[in-house]
Design a protein around this ligand. Structure first.
Ligand code: SF4
Ligand code: SF4
Length: 135
């Protein structure tokens, strides 16, 4: 069995298609939706925990990529340059998952990348460009 948390981004034309239903029905995968929304670019963004047999998981991923869905492991791409961060807090207000939060004791902004869903909202919000996306 495999269980992975992944971020799917897909074009607007696929937004109302039953992609997740197909993963369950045709590939016997179990899912847990962690986040679902439409990005400002009108793309669909879905963060899923997907569980199933290794071969079913591989077939499901193949099905998704064949549809034009972009798949990334959760949070691998977002990092913070601690030398640039001024702890201004601008990212805290935009982060939908509380991956960025203020530590009340130190009043420093903490980045918990386990909670990050790579939505990139903080990247645009950060004045000194401390939040980065790896390509
Ligand atoms: S917006 Fe940027 S500089 Fe401000 S706390 Fe967040 S990461 Fe640090
Ligand atoms: S990309 Fe930034 S705003 Fe989005 S979940 Fe991760 S830390 Fe929060």
């Amino acid at each position: 069995m495999v269980s992975k948390r992944i971020v799917l981004t897909f074009p607007h034309k696929l937004v109302d298609k039953p992609i997740v239903y197909k993963l369950v029905k045709d590939f016997n995968l179990v899912f847990n939706i962690l986040q679902a929304r439409i990005t400002p670019k009108e793309e669909g963004l879905l963060v899923l925990e997907l569980t199933g047999k290794k071969e079913d998981y591989a077939d499901g991923i193949k099905y998704l990529t064949g549809l034009g869905v972009n798949i990334q492991p959760l949070s691998q791409d977002v990092t913070r340059d601690d030398l640039r961060c001024t702890h201004c807090g601008a990212c805290v207000t935009v982060c939908p998952t509380e991956a960025l939060y203020v530590d009340k004791k130190t009043m420093k902004v903490i980045f918990d990348n386990e909670k990050c869903i790579a939505c990139e909202l903080c990247v645009r919000a950060c004045p000194p460009r401390a939040m980065k996306v790896k390509f």
